[in-house]
Design a binder for this molecule. Sequence first.
Ligand SMILES: [Ca+2]
Ligand SMILES: [Ca+2]
Length: 490
Amino acid sequence: MRFLLCLALCFSCSPRFAAARPNVLFIAIDDQNDWIGHLGGHPQVKTPNIDALAARGTAFTNAHTQAPLCNPSRSSLLTGLRPSSTGIYGLAPGIREVEQTKDHVTLPETFTKAGWHTFTCGKIYHDGSIRPSDQKREFNAWAKTGGKGKPPKPIANLPVPDRHPAMDWGPFPARDEDSGDYHIADAAIEALARAPTDKPFFIACGFRLPHVPCFAPQKWFDLYPDATLQMPPVKEDDRDDLPKFADFLHWKLPEPRLSTLREFHEWRPLVRAYLASTSLMDAQVGRVIAALDKTGRADDTVIVLWSDHGWHLGEKLITGKNTLWERSTHVPLLFAGPGVARGARCSRTVELLDIFPTLLELAAMPARADLEGHSLVPLLKDAAAPRPWPAITTHNQGNHTIRTEDWRYIRYADGSEELYDEKADPNEWTNLAKDPKLAATKAGLAKWLPKIDKPPVPGSKSRVLTFDPVTGEVIWEDQKVDKTAKLPTP
Ligand SMILES: [Ca+2]
Ligand SMILES: [Ca+2]
Protein backbone atom coordinates (compact mmCIF):
# COMPACT_ATOMS: atom_id res chain seq x y z
CA MET A 1 0.00 0.00 0.00
CA ARG A 2 2.81 2.35 0.96
CA PHE A 3 4.61 1.43 -2.28
CA LEU A 4 1.47 2.22 -4.28
CA LEU A 5 1.09 5.56 -2.53
CA CYS A 6 4.74 6.43 -3.32
CA LEU A 7 4.19 5.39 -6.92
CA ALA A 8 1.08 7.55 -7.16
CA LEU A 9 2.89 10.55 -5.65
CA CYS A 10 5.82 10.13 -8.04
CA PHE A 11 3.50 10.04 -11.03
CA SER A 12 1.70 13.18 -9.93
CA CYS A 13 4.87 15.28 -9.76
CA SER A 14 7.26 13.86 -12.32
CA PRO A 15 7.04 14.26 -16.08
CA ARG A 16 4.82 11.89 -17.94
CA PHE A 17 6.74 9.44 -20.06
CA ALA A 18 7.73 10.93 -23.37
CA ALA A 19 5.75 9.60 -26.31
CA ALA A 20 7.70 8.05 -29.18
CA ARG A 21 6.34 10.36 -31.88
CA PRO A 22 4.21 12.89 -30.01
CA ASN A 23 1.86 15.34 -31.62
CA VAL A 24 2.86 18.99 -31.32
CA LEU A 25 0.49 21.91 -30.77
CA PHE A 26 2.54 25.03 -31.46
CA ILE A 27 0.82 28.25 -30.32
CA ALA A 28 2.29 31.68 -31.09
CA ILE A 29 1.20 35.08 -29.81
CA ASP A 30 2.13 38.38 -31.47
CA ASP A 31 3.69 41.25 -29.49
CA GLN A 32 2.64 39.74 -26.15
CA ASN A 33 4.78 41.01 -23.29
CA ASP A 34 4.72 39.53 -19.79
CA TRP A 35 1.23 40.89 -19.03
CA ILE A 36 0.07 37.30 -18.52
CA GLY A 37 -1.49 36.19 -15.22
CA HIS A 38 1.13 33.65 -14.18
CA LEU A 39 4.00 36.00 -15.14
CA GLY A 40 2.69 38.91 -13.07
CA GLY A 41 3.68 41.64 -15.56
CA HIS A 42 0.44 43.54 -14.91
CA PRO A 43 -1.43 43.03 -11.62
CA GLN A 44 -4.90 43.12 -13.20
CA VAL A 45 -4.49 41.09 -16.39
CA LYS A 46 -6.89 38.18 -16.78
CA THR A 47 -5.59 35.18 -18.77
CA PRO A 48 -7.26 32.19 -17.12
CA ASN A 49 -6.77 29.87 -20.09
CA ILE A 50 -3.03 30.42 -20.53
CA ASP A 51 -2.60 30.18 -16.75
CA ALA A 52 -4.47 26.83 -16.75
CA LEU A 53 -2.20 25.64 -19.55
CA ALA A 54 0.86 26.72 -17.54
CA ALA A 55 -0.46 24.64 -14.62
CA ARG A 56 -0.59 21.59 -16.91
CA GLY A 57 3.11 21.89 -17.65
CA THR A 58 6.25 23.95 -17.06
CA ALA A 59 6.13 27.75 -17.35
CA PHE A 60 9.33 29.70 -17.96
CA THR A 61 9.27 32.98 -16.05
CA ASN A 62 12.51 34.34 -17.49
CA ALA A 63 12.30 33.61 -21.23
CA HIS A 64 13.57 36.12 -23.79
CA THR A 65 13.33 36.71 -27.52
CA GLN A 66 16.32 36.81 -29.88
CA ALA A 67 15.02 39.94 -31.62
CA PRO A 68 12.44 42.56 -30.58
CA LEU A 69 10.65 42.57 -33.95
CA CYS A 70 8.37 40.07 -35.74
CA ASN A 71 10.36 38.81 -38.75
CA PRO A 72 13.80 38.51 -37.13
CA SER A 73 12.35 36.89 -33.99
CA ARG A 74 10.29 34.33 -35.90
CA SER A 75 13.06 33.68 -38.45
CA SER A 76 15.43 32.97 -35.55
CA LEU A 77 13.02 30.68 -33.70
CA LEU A 78 12.07 28.70 -36.82
CA THR A 79 15.65 28.32 -38.11
CA GLY A 80 17.29 27.91 -34.71
CA LEU A 81 19.85 30.58 -35.66
CA ARG A 82 20.59 33.94 -34.03
CA PRO A 83 19.87 37.16 -35.96
CA SER A 84 23.54 38.05 -35.51
CA SER A 85 24.46 34.77 -37.27
CA THR A 86 22.19 35.34 -40.29
CA GLY A 87 21.92 39.13 -40.63
CA ILE A 88 18.10 38.93 -40.69
CA TYR A 89 17.14 42.01 -38.64
CA GLY A 90 14.30 43.68 -40.53
CA LEU A 91 10.72 43.03 -41.61
CA ALA A 92 12.17 41.59 -44.85
CA PRO A 93 13.61 39.47 -46.38
CA GLY A 94 12.22 36.06 -45.44
CA ILE A 95 14.56 33.14 -44.79
CA ARG A 96 14.18 31.55 -48.23
CA GLU A 97 15.40 34.75 -49.92
CA VAL A 98 18.64 34.70 -47.93
CA GLU A 99 21.62 32.80 -49.34
CA GLN A 100 22.64 31.38 -45.95
CA THR A 101 19.20 30.10 -44.95
CA LYS A 102 17.53 29.31 -48.28
CA ASP A 103 18.41 25.61 -47.89
CA HIS A 104 18.40 25.47 -44.08
CA VAL A 105 16.00 22.87 -42.67
CA THR A 106 13.57 24.75 -40.44
CA LEU A 107 11.63 23.52 -37.42
CA PRO A 108 8.33 22.98 -39.31
CA GLU A 109 10.19 21.46 -42.28
CA THR A 110 11.86 18.95 -39.94
CA PHE A 111 8.49 17.62 -38.79
CA THR A 112 7.05 17.69 -42.31
CA LYS A 113 10.01 15.68 -43.65
CA ALA A 114 9.78 13.19 -40.76
CA GLY A 115 6.20 12.29 -41.65
CA TRP A 116 4.15 14.38 -39.22
CA HIS A 117 0.95 15.86 -40.59
CA THR A 118 1.81 19.57 -40.45
CA PHE A 119 -0.64 22.45 -40.59
CA THR A 120 -0.42 26.19 -39.94
CA CYS A 121 -2.95 28.95 -39.45
CA GLY A 122 -2.65 32.61 -38.50
CA LYS A 123 0.80 34.15 -38.07
CA ILE A 124 3.70 31.74 -37.55
CA TYR A 125 6.17 32.96 -40.13
CA HIS A 126 6.07 36.73 -40.52
CA ASP A 127 3.31 37.60 -42.99
CA GLY A 128 4.51 37.36 -46.57
CA SER A 129 7.97 36.12 -45.64
CA ILE A 130 7.44 32.67 -47.21
CA ARG A 131 6.48 32.79 -50.88
CA PRO A 132 3.49 30.62 -51.90
CA SER A 133 5.82 28.38 -53.95
CA ASP A 134 7.87 27.62 -50.80
CA GLN A 135 4.97 27.09 -48.39
CA LYS A 136 4.48 23.32 -48.81
CA ARG A 137 8.09 22.76 -47.92
CA GLU A 138 7.40 24.16 -44.42
CA PHE A 139 3.90 22.85 -43.68
CA ASN A 140 1.68 20.34 -45.55
CA ALA A 141 -1.31 22.65 -45.22
CA TRP A 142 -1.77 26.41 -44.81
CA ALA A 143 -5.16 27.71 -43.74
CA LYS A 144 -6.40 30.98 -45.11
CA THR A 145 -7.39 33.22 -42.24
CA GLY A 146 -8.54 36.79 -42.59
CA GLY A 147 -7.09 39.83 -40.89
CA LYS A 148 -8.68 41.73 -38.07
CA GLY A 149 -10.92 44.06 -40.07
CA LYS A 150 -11.16 47.67 -39.05
CA PRO A 151 -13.81 50.11 -37.93
CA PRO A 152 -15.18 52.63 -40.46
CA LYS A 153 -13.02 55.34 -38.91
CA PRO A 154 -10.20 55.24 -36.33
CA ILE A 155 -11.32 54.92 -32.70
CA ALA A 156 -8.24 56.29 -30.95
CA ASN A 157 -7.98 60.07 -30.85
CA LEU A 158 -4.44 60.40 -32.17
CA PRO A 159 -4.41 63.22 -34.70
CA VAL A 160 -0.70 63.10 -35.56
CA PRO A 161 0.65 63.68 -39.07
CA ASP A 162 1.13 60.53 -41.19
CA ARG A 163 -0.50 58.35 -38.58
CA HIS A 164 0.16 54.65 -39.27
CA PRO A 165 -3.11 52.71 -39.84
CA ALA A 166 -2.11 50.10 -37.21
CA MET A 167 -1.94 52.75 -34.49
CA ASP A 168 -5.52 52.36 -33.32
CA TRP A 169 -7.32 50.71 -30.41
CA GLY A 170 -10.79 50.45 -28.88
CA PRO A 171 -13.97 48.37 -28.69
CA PHE A 172 -14.43 46.65 -32.08
CA PRO A 173 -16.04 44.49 -33.45
CA ALA A 174 -19.28 43.86 -31.55
CA ARG A 175 -18.84 40.09 -31.31
CA ASP A 176 -15.88 37.75 -30.70
CA GLU A 177 -16.99 35.76 -33.74
CA ASP A 178 -16.05 38.69 -35.97
CA SER A 179 -12.50 39.11 -34.68
CA GLY A 180 -9.48 37.71 -36.53
CA ASP A 181 -8.17 35.61 -33.64
CA TYR A 182 -11.53 33.86 -33.30
CA HIS A 183 -11.21 32.75 -36.93
CA ILE A 184 -7.63 31.61 -36.39
CA ALA A 185 -8.79 29.50 -33.41
CA ASP A 186 -11.59 28.09 -35.60
CA ALA A 187 -9.02 26.99 -38.19
CA ALA A 188 -6.90 25.26 -35.53
CA ILE A 189 -9.98 23.62 -34.00
CA GLU A 190 -11.00 22.24 -37.38
CA ALA A 191 -7.45 21.04 -38.06
CA LEU A 192 -7.38 19.21 -34.72
CA ALA A 193 -10.70 17.51 -35.44
CA ARG A 194 -9.63 16.48 -38.95
CA ALA A 195 -6.01 15.50 -38.23
CA PRO A 196 -5.22 12.02 -39.58
CA THR A 197 -5.07 9.45 -36.78
CA ASP A 198 -2.56 7.17 -38.49
CA LYS A 199 0.30 9.65 -37.99
CA PRO A 200 1.25 12.34 -35.47
CA PHE A 201 0.33 15.97 -36.15
CA PHE A 202 2.20 19.26 -35.83
CA ILE A 203 -0.46 21.97 -35.72
CA ALA A 204 0.73 25.58 -35.56
CA CYS A 205 -1.67 28.34 -34.55
CA GLY A 206 -0.46 31.95 -34.54
CA PHE A 207 -2.67 34.55 -32.87
CA ARG A 208 -2.41 38.20 -33.95
CA LEU A 209 -3.46 40.00 -30.77
CA PRO A 210 -2.37 41.94 -28.79
CA HIS A 211 -0.39 43.33 -31.78
CA VAL A 212 -1.77 46.76 -32.75
CA PRO A 213 -4.41 47.67 -33.74
CA CYS A 214 -5.74 46.53 -30.34
CA PHE A 215 -9.38 45.82 -31.14
CA ALA A 216 -11.62 43.64 -28.97
CA PRO A 217 -15.36 43.59 -28.23
CA GLN A 218 -16.58 45.81 -25.38
CA LYS A 219 -17.01 42.93 -22.92
CA TRP A 220 -13.21 42.49 -22.79
CA PHE A 221 -12.76 46.18 -21.97
CA ASP A 222 -15.34 45.74 -19.19
CA LEU A 223 -12.87 43.40 -17.45
CA TYR A 224 -10.64 46.45 -16.91
CA PRO A 225 -12.74 49.38 -15.65
CA ASP A 226 -11.07 52.70 -16.26
CA ALA A 227 -11.74 53.87 -12.70
CA THR A 228 -9.55 51.17 -11.14
CA LEU A 229 -7.05 50.67 -13.96
CA GLN A 230 -3.43 50.37 -12.80
CA MET A 231 -0.90 52.02 -15.09
CA PRO A 232 2.58 50.63 -15.73
CA PRO A 233 5.36 52.18 -13.63
CA VAL A 234 7.12 55.06 -15.38
CA LYS A 235 10.03 57.18 -14.15
CA GLU A 236 9.90 60.61 -15.78
CA ASP A 237 13.69 61.04 -15.94
CA ASP A 238 14.33 57.40 -16.84
CA ARG A 239 16.09 58.24 -20.11
CA ASP A 240 18.53 60.69 -18.56
CA ASP A 241 21.11 57.98 -17.82
CA LEU A 242 20.87 56.29 -21.23
CA PRO A 243 23.54 56.50 -23.92
CA LYS A 244 22.47 58.60 -26.89
CA PHE A 245 22.64 55.53 -29.14
CA ALA A 246 19.65 53.99 -27.30
CA ASP A 247 17.46 56.60 -29.00
CA PHE A 248 18.40 55.37 -32.48
CA LEU A 249 16.92 51.90 -31.91
CA HIS A 250 13.55 53.43 -31.28
CA TRP A 251 13.64 56.17 -33.84
CA LYS A 252 11.60 56.70 -37.01
CA LEU A 253 8.95 54.22 -35.84
CA PRO A 254 5.16 54.45 -36.08
CA GLU A 255 4.51 53.64 -32.41
CA PRO A 256 3.73 56.84 -30.49
CA ARG A 257 5.89 58.23 -27.73
CA LEU A 258 4.37 58.45 -24.25
CA SER A 259 4.37 62.24 -24.58
CA THR A 260 2.06 61.94 -27.61
CA LEU A 261 -0.30 59.56 -25.81
CA ARG A 262 -0.48 61.92 -22.87
CA GLU A 263 -1.09 64.93 -25.09
CA PHE A 264 -4.11 63.24 -26.66
CA HIS A 265 -5.29 61.42 -23.50
CA GLU A 266 -4.74 58.03 -25.14
CA TRP A 267 -2.38 56.34 -22.65
CA ARG A 268 -5.10 54.81 -20.47
CA PRO A 269 -7.23 53.76 -23.48
CA LEU A 270 -4.19 52.01 -25.00
CA VAL A 271 -3.38 50.15 -21.76
CA ARG A 272 -7.01 49.03 -21.47
CA ALA A 273 -7.09 47.97 -25.13
CA TYR A 274 -3.87 45.95 -24.80
CA LEU A 275 -5.27 44.18 -21.72
CA ALA A 276 -8.64 43.60 -23.43
CA SER A 277 -6.90 42.23 -26.55
CA THR A 278 -4.78 39.92 -24.40
CA SER A 279 -7.88 38.52 -22.68
CA LEU A 280 -9.67 37.99 -26.01
CA MET A 281 -6.62 36.14 -27.37
CA ASP A 282 -6.43 34.10 -24.14
CA ALA A 283 -10.03 32.98 -24.61
CA GLN A 284 -9.10 31.71 -28.10
CA VAL A 285 -6.18 29.74 -26.64
CA GLY A 286 -8.75 28.19 -24.30
CA ARG A 287 -10.97 27.18 -27.22
CA VAL A 288 -8.05 25.49 -29.01
CA ILE A 289 -6.96 23.59 -25.89
CA ALA A 290 -10.54 22.43 -25.30
CA ALA A 291 -10.62 21.17 -28.90
CA LEU A 292 -7.36 19.29 -28.34
CA ASP A 293 -8.78 17.67 -25.19
CA LYS A 294 -11.88 16.67 -27.16
CA THR A 295 -9.76 14.70 -29.65
CA GLY A 296 -8.62 12.34 -26.87
CA ARG A 297 -5.01 12.85 -28.07
CA ALA A 298 -3.88 15.40 -25.47
CA ASP A 299 -1.82 12.85 -23.51
CA ASP A 300 0.26 12.29 -26.64
CA THR A 301 0.58 15.98 -27.51
CA VAL A 302 3.41 18.35 -26.61
CA ILE A 303 2.02 21.88 -26.31
CA VAL A 304 4.33 24.87 -26.60
CA LEU A 305 3.12 28.46 -26.30
CA TRP A 306 5.33 31.49 -26.97
CA SER A 307 5.24 35.14 -28.00
CA ASP A 308 7.65 36.62 -30.55
CA HIS A 309 8.67 39.58 -28.33
CA GLY A 310 7.23 42.04 -25.82
CA TRP A 311 5.83 45.58 -26.05
CA HIS A 312 6.29 48.84 -24.13
CA LEU A 313 3.18 50.62 -22.87
CA GLY A 314 4.84 53.78 -21.58
CA GLU A 315 7.91 52.32 -19.89
CA LYS A 316 11.07 54.22 -20.87
CA LEU A 317 8.60 56.88 -22.16
CA ILE A 318 7.73 54.95 -25.33
CA THR A 319 5.31 52.41 -26.75
CA GLY A 320 6.21 49.54 -29.04
CA LYS A 321 9.09 47.10 -29.41
CA ASN A 322 12.51 47.53 -31.06
CA THR A 323 14.39 47.98 -27.77
CA LEU A 324 16.80 45.86 -25.75
CA TRP A 325 15.02 46.37 -22.42
CA GLU A 326 13.01 43.84 -20.41
CA ARG A 327 9.68 45.14 -21.68
CA SER A 328 10.70 44.22 -25.26
CA THR A 329 12.66 41.01 -24.59
CA HIS A 330 10.67 39.20 -21.86
CA VAL A 331 8.08 36.80 -23.29
CA PRO A 332 5.73 34.05 -22.18
CA LEU A 333 7.03 30.52 -22.88
CA LEU A 334 5.51 27.31 -21.62
CA PHE A 335 5.50 23.61 -22.44
CA ALA A 336 2.99 20.92 -21.46
CA GLY A 337 2.43 17.28 -22.34
CA PRO A 338 4.46 14.08 -22.44
CA GLY A 339 7.96 14.48 -21.00
CA VAL A 340 7.09 17.77 -19.23
CA ALA A 341 6.70 18.20 -15.44
CA ARG A 342 3.26 19.45 -14.41
CA GLY A 343 2.71 22.58 -12.35
CA ALA A 344 6.37 23.67 -12.52
CA ARG A 345 7.78 27.19 -12.83
CA CYS A 346 11.32 27.69 -14.07
CA SER A 347 13.20 30.94 -13.42
CA ARG A 348 16.34 30.09 -15.43
CA THR A 349 17.09 32.49 -18.29
CA VAL A 350 16.07 30.73 -21.49
CA GLU A 351 15.61 31.77 -25.12
CA LEU A 352 13.04 31.28 -27.87
CA LEU A 353 15.98 29.79 -29.79
CA ASP A 354 15.77 26.84 -27.37
CA ILE A 355 12.33 25.75 -28.67
CA PHE A 356 13.70 24.05 -31.82
CA PRO A 357 16.23 21.72 -30.07
CA THR A 358 13.70 21.08 -27.28
CA LEU A 359 11.02 19.87 -29.69
CA LEU A 360 13.58 17.68 -31.50
CA GLU A 361 14.46 15.99 -28.20
CA LEU A 362 10.83 15.63 -27.05
CA ALA A 363 10.01 14.02 -30.41
CA ALA A 364 13.03 11.69 -30.16
CA MET A 365 14.57 13.14 -33.30
CA PRO A 366 18.35 13.55 -33.68
CA ALA A 367 19.94 16.68 -32.20
CA ARG A 368 21.37 19.15 -34.73
CA ALA A 369 24.86 20.58 -34.26
CA ASP A 370 24.06 23.63 -36.42
CA LEU A 371 21.32 24.95 -34.11
CA GLU A 372 22.37 27.69 -31.70
CA GLY A 373 19.86 27.08 -28.89
CA HIS A 374 20.00 24.45 -26.16
CA SER A 375 17.35 21.86 -25.38
CA LEU A 376 15.17 22.75 -22.40
CA VAL A 377 14.38 19.09 -21.67
CA PRO A 378 16.55 19.01 -18.49
CA LEU A 379 14.49 21.97 -17.18
CA LEU A 380 11.21 20.39 -18.27
CA LYS A 381 12.08 17.44 -16.02
CA ASP A 382 13.50 19.52 -13.17
CA ALA A 383 12.84 23.27 -13.23
CA ALA A 384 15.71 23.85 -10.78
CA ALA A 385 18.34 22.10 -12.93
CA PRO A 386 21.42 24.25 -13.54
CA ARG A 387 21.73 26.18 -16.81
CA PRO A 388 24.97 27.91 -17.72
CA TRP A 389 23.75 30.12 -20.60
CA PRO A 390 22.30 33.63 -20.51
CA ALA A 391 19.62 34.90 -22.92
CA ILE A 392 20.86 37.11 -25.76
CA THR A 393 18.73 39.58 -27.72
CA THR A 394 19.97 41.46 -30.78
CA HIS A 395 18.45 44.44 -32.56
CA ASN A 396 20.30 45.33 -35.74
CA GLN A 397 24.01 44.75 -36.19
CA GLY A 398 26.15 45.43 -33.17
CA ASN A 399 23.40 46.02 -30.60
CA HIS A 400 23.06 43.19 -28.11
CA THR A 401 21.80 42.55 -24.60
CA ILE A 402 22.89 39.75 -22.27
CA ARG A 403 20.30 38.72 -19.65
CA THR A 404 21.19 36.48 -16.72
CA GLU A 405 19.05 35.75 -13.67
CA ASP A 406 20.66 38.73 -11.90
CA TRP A 407 21.75 41.20 -14.59
CA ARG A 408 21.04 42.83 -17.92
CA TYR A 409 23.99 44.17 -19.88
CA ILE A 410 23.49 46.14 -23.13
CA ARG A 411 26.22 47.00 -25.64
CA TYR A 412 25.35 49.26 -28.58
CA ALA A 413 27.11 49.45 -31.92
CA ASP A 414 29.04 52.56 -30.89
CA GLY A 415 30.38 50.81 -27.76
CA SER A 416 28.08 52.57 -25.29
CA GLU A 417 26.61 50.47 -22.49
CA GLU A 418 23.84 49.90 -19.96
CA LEU A 419 23.83 47.62 -16.93
CA TYR A 420 20.86 46.82 -14.68
CA ASP A 421 20.60 44.89 -11.42
CA GLU A 422 17.44 42.89 -12.17
CA LYS A 423 16.84 41.74 -8.60
CA ALA A 424 17.11 45.22 -7.05
CA ASP A 425 15.77 47.19 -10.04
CA PRO A 426 13.27 45.10 -12.06
CA ASN A 427 12.04 48.24 -13.88
CA GLU A 428 15.57 48.88 -15.19
CA TRP A 429 15.51 52.48 -14.00
CA THR A 430 19.13 52.87 -12.89
CA ASN A 431 21.88 52.35 -15.45
CA LEU A 432 24.94 51.08 -13.52
CA ALA A 433 27.27 50.78 -16.53
CA LYS A 434 29.60 53.52 -15.26
CA ASP A 435 29.91 52.12 -11.71
CA PRO A 436 33.60 51.14 -11.32
CA LYS A 437 32.71 48.55 -8.65
CA LEU A 438 30.78 46.61 -11.28
CA ALA A 439 33.52 46.55 -13.92
CA ALA A 440 34.23 42.85 -13.36
CA THR A 441 30.50 42.00 -13.51
CA LYS A 442 30.22 43.90 -16.77
CA ALA A 443 33.28 42.20 -18.25
CA GLY A 444 31.91 38.77 -17.28
CA LEU A 445 28.63 39.52 -19.06
CA ALA A 446 30.37 41.00 -22.10
CA LYS A 447 32.09 37.64 -22.71
CA TRP A 448 28.72 36.33 -23.92
CA LEU A 449 28.39 38.94 -26.70
CA PRO A 450 27.93 37.09 -30.02
CA LYS A 451 31.24 36.35 -31.74
CA ILE A 452 29.53 36.45 -35.13
CA ASP A 453 27.92 39.84 -35.80
CA LYS A 454 26.71 39.92 -39.39
CA PRO A 455 25.71 43.04 -41.31
CA PRO A 456 22.09 43.19 -42.52
CA VAL A 457 21.45 40.75 -45.39
CA PRO A 458 20.81 42.16 -48.89
CA GLY A 459 17.18 43.18 -49.29
CA SER A 460 16.79 44.18 -45.63
CA LYS A 461 14.08 46.72 -45.15
CA SER A 462 12.06 48.50 -42.51
CA ARG A 463 13.57 49.25 -39.14
CA VAL A 464 17.08 48.21 -40.10
CA LEU A 465 19.90 50.55 -39.23
CA THR A 466 23.62 50.33 -39.70
CA PHE A 467 26.23 52.42 -37.98
CA ASP A 468 29.43 53.83 -39.38
CA PRO A 469 31.97 53.56 -36.54
CA VAL A 470 34.30 56.11 -38.19
CA THR A 471 31.86 58.94 -38.86
CA GLY A 472 29.38 57.98 -36.11
CA GLU A 473 26.61 58.26 -38.70
CA VAL A 474 23.51 56.08 -38.35
CA ILE A 475 22.20 54.86 -41.70
CA TRP A 476 18.63 53.66 -42.11
CA GLU A 477 18.03 50.99 -44.74
CA ASP A 478 14.52 52.17 -45.45
CA GLN A 479 13.72 55.80 -44.88
CA LYS A 480 10.10 55.17 -45.91
CA VAL A 481 9.26 54.01 -42.39
CA ASP A 482 9.79 57.54 -41.14
CA LYS A 483 6.25 58.13 -39.92
CA THR A 484 7.03 59.94 -36.72
CA ALA A 485 9.71 62.44 -37.66
CA LYS A 486 7.38 65.23 -36.59
CA LEU A 487 6.53 63.68 -33.23
CA PRO A 488 8.21 65.09 -30.13
CA THR A 489 11.21 63.14 -28.95
CA PRO A 490 10.92 61.42 -25.55
CA1 LIG B 1 5.49 40.56 -33.21
CA1 LIG C 1 17.15 55.38 -16.15
